[in-house]
Design a protein around this ligand. Structure first.
Ligand SMILES: Nc1ncnc2c1ncn2[C@@H]1O[C@H](COP(=O)(O)OP(=O)(O)OP(=O)(O)O)[C@@H](O)[C@H]1O
Length: 168
């Protein structure tokens, strides 16, 4: 990736979420997910991931799934899905989780723009206008997330973990 020298600090290093071919649909669960550490930073070689274990690009990053989060409330709804405020159970940090239903995205022919959004957000780090995308995972069946409850339906769900933006 070519990045202007003055913009390098705003661009995350290539890691699980944006390396090579898109990973949506290639695995049934917990795809390409790198755990945010206790300060909310994305884990990379040389940094300490969640739990303090060193992670290098040659070893597999820790994977997150829906059971690692406690859903607190709905932050909002967009054209593609719902955004939930959720707490990471292991370190109590809160994140915004965008929940997308894959069958609806396929039905509406929105795969391309969904993937573009994911690629753009995964490049952002400390950007003034973009939330940071920490990781994504999928569930084998659709998970309709309401406050504190999950009910399962037909299709797979993709979840994108973002920095929550909370108005003061
Ligand atoms: N990181 C976040 N922190 C807090 N609230 C958020 C965050 N991301 C999204 N939201 C809330 O969820 C809503 C839906 O977000 P989403 O990204 O799905 O759609 P959108 O960008 O608003 O609309 P569209 O999908 O039509 O482009 C937003 O309008 C906002 O209210």
């Amino acid at each position: 990736m070519n990045v202007h020298i003055r913009c390098k600090g705003n661009v995350a290093p290539s890691c699980g979420v944006n390396r090579g071919a898109p990973r949506y649909g290639t695995r049934r669960s917990s795809v390409g997910c790198v755990s945010p550490d206790s300060s909310g930073n994305r884990s990379r070689g040389g940094r300490r991931p969640n739990g303090g274990r060193a992670w290098t690009p040659s070893s597999s990053p820790p994977r997150l799934g829906i059971s690692d989060f406690t859903f607190i409330q709905v932050l909002g709804k967009g054209s593609f899905g719902k955004v939930m405020l959720a707490r990471l159970n292991s370190n109590e940090r809160v994140f915004a989780i965008k929940v997308l239903k894959k069958d609806i995205i396929l039905q509406d022919d929105d795969v391309e723009c969904t993937m573009t959004e994911k690629r753009v957000l995964s490049l952002a780090r400390d950007h003034p206008y973009l939330t940071q995308l920490y990781c994504c995972f999928q569930t084998p069946v659709s998970t309709h997330t309401h406050t504190r409850t999950h009910t399962h339906a037909r299709s797979a769900t993709c979840c994108c973990i973002n920095t929550p933006f909370v108005q003061k």
